[in-house]
Design a protein around this ligand. Structure first.
Ligand SMILES: Cc1ncc(COP(=O)(O)O)c(C=O)c1O
Length: 430
């Protein structure tokens, strides 16, 4: 593809985020509603949706209008502006654990800030993260994430911490624990309880299977952290505002000390939030924590976030049930294809997010189960679906938006029907 040849000459691998890689190259010029248009004008039903932010579809009118108004009033102030407090008030209103809010630009930055605050508030250093969870690309938390091989493991009591670059030392301040396993977490606290500053988890792990924990697991995590003087951080970069206005914490009824938000909170504009209780945020309120950033609370993104959350609050009674119904329609259609072709395709779905897996270990309860799946067939089918006008991530993670319709789902199922049939025919010949 001519564009990718050009891009590769000046951009490593021709792409500015590794998560966008795929075997069949494609590049886009325009997005509208639930659809993307490539450089040749070909349209696709978009199931990537920027990997999460586009809950309201591409360029939703209410958000674009708010950003247009802000453009007239200035792009960047380098000082406090009225939108920041308005946005923070909205978040405090909707998110159960939020009493104070800080802004940064991306989920990765928000995680760094939350961890710094947790360490300063508790005066401790160790962070517990879970096997296969992704909390952004920044060291030292980009360890034992999906796709990270055990290049330079550092031992701890449970799972060796693995850096993704061979030769780099694995961080010793991170403890990796299997998820959805109360006994394992108890063992980590028994060994290191007085040194643990925080446990960080995606409350709903959308990056490793889109599943719910056993009902007792997150309450046990809440209890263990509290009893040991550690903070609980929910990484709601994906789940925040997507599963409901109050995020996964409202949906699941478990309240963390600190939370990170990004993605769906601003309909595609870059902004992230770090929220917490007054107690957990003490080190940032009148303690030593430095949280800086030229673009923190940048007015265009703040305007977008206010418009997004206002829209979701005004329409929550219809938006979230609609997303659940559409998600179910797509999941059931894909499961019917699995039956039709007798293939080991497993479809997990929570609201507007689906995860397809090819022959995982059942039941899928944690990373090891999802990791047992074979990624190759799904990637191949995803590439074949591209020819049928569906843009879906090769790793089988699908996002729907309020802009998707039943007709879009119908189109996706038709394209997957053809793609699976073609894949199986090719596999037979091979
Ligand atoms: C759960 C989670 N945390 C953090 C991040 C990092 O966010 P960003 O890509 O905005 O840096 C991601 C990104 O996908 C994520 O899924």
């Amino acid at each position: 593809m001519a564009y990718m040849d050009r891009a590769r000459r000046v951009i490593p691998r021709g792409m500015t985020s590794r998560g966008r890689g795929r075997a069949v190259p494609v590049a886009f010029r325009r997005g509208r509603g639930a659809h993307l248009y490539d450089l040749d004008g070909r349209g696709y039903v978009d199931l990537v949706m920027a990997l999460g932010p586009l809950l309201l579809g591409h360029s939703p009118a209410a958000v674009i209008e708010a950003v247009r108004r802000q453009l007239e009033d200035g792009v960047q102030f380098g000082g406090q502006h009225v939108g920041e407090a308005q946005l923070a008030e909205l978040i405090v209103e909707h998110v159960p654990s939020a009493q104070k809010v800080l802004f940064s630009n991306t989920g990765s930055e928000a995680v760094q800030a939350a961890v710094r605050i947790a360490r300063a508030t508790t005066g401790r250093r160790l962070i517990v993260k879970f096997e296969g969870h992704y909390h952004g690309w920044i060291d030292p938390f980009f360890v034992n994430s999906p796709g990270v091989s055990a290049a330079a493991p550092a031992e701890n009591a449970l799972i060796p911490v693995a850096h993704n670059v061979a030769g780099q030392p694995a961080p010793t301040e991170v403890l990796v624990c299997p998820w959805n396993d109360v006994a394992a977490l108890e063992a980590v606290f028994a060994a290191h309880g007085t040194e643990i500053a925080a446990v960080i988890t995606e409350p709903i792990p959308f990056n490793l299977g889109t599943m719910l924990a056993d009902p007792a697991y997150l309450p046990a995590m809440r209890d263990l952290t509290r009893r040991n003087g550690a903070l609980l951080i929910f990484d709601e970069v994906v789940s925040g505002f997507r599963v409901g206005l109050g995020g996964a914490q409202a949906m699941l009824g478990v309240t963390p000390d600190l939370t990170t938000f990004a993605k769906a909170m601003a309909a595609g504009f870059p902004i992230a939030a770090i929220t917490g209780t007054d107690e957990a945020m003490a080190s940032a309120i009148d303690g030593p924590v430095f949280h800086g950033g030229t673009y923190n609370g940048t007015p265009l993104s703040v305007a977008a976030a206010i418009a997004t959350i206002d829209f979701l609050a005004d329409n929550a009674a219809t938006v979230y049930p609609h997303m659940q119904a559409l998600g179910e329609q797509l999941a059931e259609g894909l499961r019917a294809l699995a039956t039709k072709y007798t293939i080991p395709l497993v479809v997990n779905q929570i609201g507007s997010v689906l995860q397809l897996m090819w022959d995982p270990h059942l039941p899928v309860r944690a990373f090891a189960d999802a990791d047992a799946a074979d990624p190759a067939p799904l990637a191949a089918i995803g590439e074949l679906a591209l020819a049928g006008g569906v843009y879906a991530a090769p790793r089988g993670l699908m996002f729907l938006s309020t802009a998707h319709t039943g007709d879009d789902v119908h189109h996706v199922l038709g394209a997957y029907d053809v793609a699976i049939g073609t894949y199986l025919a090719q596999a037979d010949i091979g």
